[in-house]
Design a protein around this ligand. Sequence first.
Ligand code: NCD
Ligand code: ZN
Length: 401
Amino acid sequence: MPTILANGQVFIDGKLQRTDIAFDQKIQAIGKNLLGEPVDCLGKIILPGAIDVHVHFRDFNQSHKEDWQSGSHAAVRGGVTTVFDMPNNDPPATTVERLQEKRRKADASLVNGKIYGGLSAENVDQIAEIAKVVDAFKLYLGDTTGHMIISDRALQKEIVHRVAETGKVLAVHAQRGGIAPEEITAHEAKDLQYAIELSSQFKAKLHLAHVTTRAGVETILDAKRRGLDVSFETCPQYLFFTTEERSKRGAFMKVNPPVATAADRDFLWEALRAGKIDMIATDHAPHTIEEKNLGMEKAPSGLPGVEFVLPLLLDSVNAGGTSLEQLVKVCCARPAQRFGFPKGKISAGLDADLVVIDMNLRKTITRSEIASKCGWSPYETMTLQGWPVMTFVQGQLRFRS
Ligand code: NCD
Ligand code: ZN
């Protein structure tokens, strides 16, 4: 017997509509007087599950930071039903065998787990084979956690060429690392431009990870005007934090690329309202409290985020900072379109990845309730209005508050 989400307001075709949804694994029907087991959603809104194209669910030798079970639990609590996991694991996810092992972990998790193939000097010749087991590729042109940087220019070209031939999206970490945060920020536009030129030579489907600055966004918008095949994400940390928080919080605000200026943050919000941000991904990069306590110099960089991105944005919708329409575009519709799979909207025949939201529920983020294994969040103590109360992944109830 199908489940019916009844009496709620459902986000369809760009707006909320008062209707019901019947589903099992897939959405069967949308309308009134549907047959099935009703779940009363009076006063709630129903959105497509969020798609986060940038998470680090660790596992393997770093399962003390996160694993697929804890990471996917955090995700569904936050209304995220699909994640794309990065390859900078220990050991790195660069071989067919390891990627197949990751695929098994992803399939056993609470979410739709998609995976990036890592690229290295050793696996260039296997890119076509690896393409059969991954959903997309990830190239590091800047140094960060996991040290998967490819610096050799001839090798960069060879890799981009071969990935382009697979037709898969090539996500690139373009921003340089290993220098003062202010310098990384100052160089972002130039570093993005380099990745754009490199991938345009081979007509790769470029996706630029974690864009932080106004100059960076403008560089990408310019490339789009030139007709280049490029998309980008920004992340909640760049919408909510700036250098001010970094000076106060030290290693607990240490992330690659670093949080930027207040002017950059304000621009990102403007761009979001103007529909110029392609997508919001979290770069959920959990490191433990002990590791972060090592201090600014020694602590690893990265912030967790998959659990709270939707509440943060729903709170902004409530406060008038953005619209529900933009939220669904950047968190659901565009990630699915860009990475090429049929999700990100509520429509009969699609997987029943659905989030029921109470836009009036107010909750404070507290450490004791965090599901991520890292056990902390940069958003702790924030009180947000607008929270998922139920999350369905392929029709299965994976979270209920
Ligand atoms: C990420 C991590 O910890 O894996 N760290 C980070 O600061 N964002 C790696 C990355 O995405 O650069
Ligand atoms: Zn990352």
